[in-house]
Unconditional design. Sequence first.
Length: 229
Amino acid sequence: MTSRRPPTQTNSPRRPRFWTRRARPVAPSRPTPHYKSRRGSRSPSPHIPAQTRMIKTVSILLLVLLGVLLLMASRQPDAFAIERSVVVSAPAEVIYPKIADLHQWSAWSPYEKLDAQMKKVFNGTPGAAGASYYWSGNAKAGEGTITVRELMPPSKITMQLDMLKPIEGHNVIEFNLEPADGGTRVTWAMRGANSFLSKIIGLFMNMDTMIGTDFEDGLASLKTQAELK
């Protein structure tokens, strides 16, 4: 009989089945792509905070509004003219000195009431060409000088107004007195150049209405003073 050879035994123990499985390789992480413009420069990240976007939007809107404002201001007239009239039941000879003499403005001018502590300095001969009146007061009264330039008694008075504060301006003032039914028609007029700042202010305030109201109040006071018996 043939003898059977016993099976060969190995000294190493048998490994469990799960040891033979290999771990799956982990794919390497891809770098975050950079967004580039057509010129090759990097553009901002698409994930912009909402607050930053809002600030940029508001800034753009403000720039647009500023541009529109400047454009509208540039289209305003380069000169202005304001005029108001009243009929006074008195002869021109009675009214004329109250205007030509700057010392008498305190009795009827609306601007004299803006500041009770206003500083005043008079120069020259009262009621004559070359006479001037300097004032300096609070924010409403401002600072400036008015000078008598030309006198044509008793029908016309021309003055130069040089404002320093609150807004600088150099304007011409005219008073015209002419016969009218019931007395004398007195016209208070002012004309001058429209500065760029005045053009911007004119977009928000009607200068003719604002200054014209002062002229109306002054003429009403002048009428009262001239008609006193």
